[in-house]
Write a protein that binds this ligand. Sequence first.
Ligand code: APR
Length: 238
Amino acid sequence: MSASANSIVILTGAGISAESGIDTFRSAGGLWEQHRVEDVATPEGFARDPHLVLGFYDMRRAALAGVEPNPAHVALARLEREFAGELLLVTQNVDDLHERGGAARVLHMHGELKSALCSACGMRSRWEAPLIDRPPCPVCQARHLRPDVVWFGEMPYRMETIYAALETCDLFVSIGTSGAVYPAAGFVAEARANGARTLELNLEPSEGSRLFHESRLGPASALVPAWVEEVLSRETSG
Ligand code: APR
């Protein structure tokens, strides 16, 4: 990654939060070994057993109080503050660690644990408390709040914004994701097709590793601060 970048798109996945103590999905013992995806991460599963699904996300939301952002989250917030070019930080994660690490503009394409979506009026509300007791929607008062998390089969948020950025970026960086789930797994090919350089920072090779110009293997808490320092020092050296 020798040349400097003017416009960067970053995609993060569960791996960036792993060292903060949040389970990933597909690593050994991960979330999808504890719960079947079809039971807790699909509209059909929610219709079948809302209590199970609301409890699953209440548990994950409550767990956020017990974890802290790690140096990778903090480094991306520094990049956001100090990088002179354009930066879009897209995360597949529903945790709030990017924000608590200092990032101000985070695009949560799969939604957020700290947001609730009303199935009656369609409004999204910032949310901290459990949903298991079906509290009223702050907007329409109906008792049809669900986790504001994008389930399998649902459309991720702000895809137009993401694709527009992939069209014009000159560097795409993927951090802590297995490349197992579309549309996020397709972003690297989109970026390459538009002439961007592509870099992967991950603990192990991902399903899309061969699509990256460069892959660096290791823990995000070490790789991300080093890469951010590289980008910012190249910027100051001109
Ligand atoms: N540092 C860097 N990468 C790590 C670390 C770490 N400390 N620990 C794990 N990883 C990597 C793993 O090697 C793996 O490639 O993070 C990736 C985690 O992959 P997944 O568990 O599949 O999580 P993710 O890629 O975010 O899943 C994508 O799938 O289930 C859906 O909606 C869910 O957003 C999620 C999507």
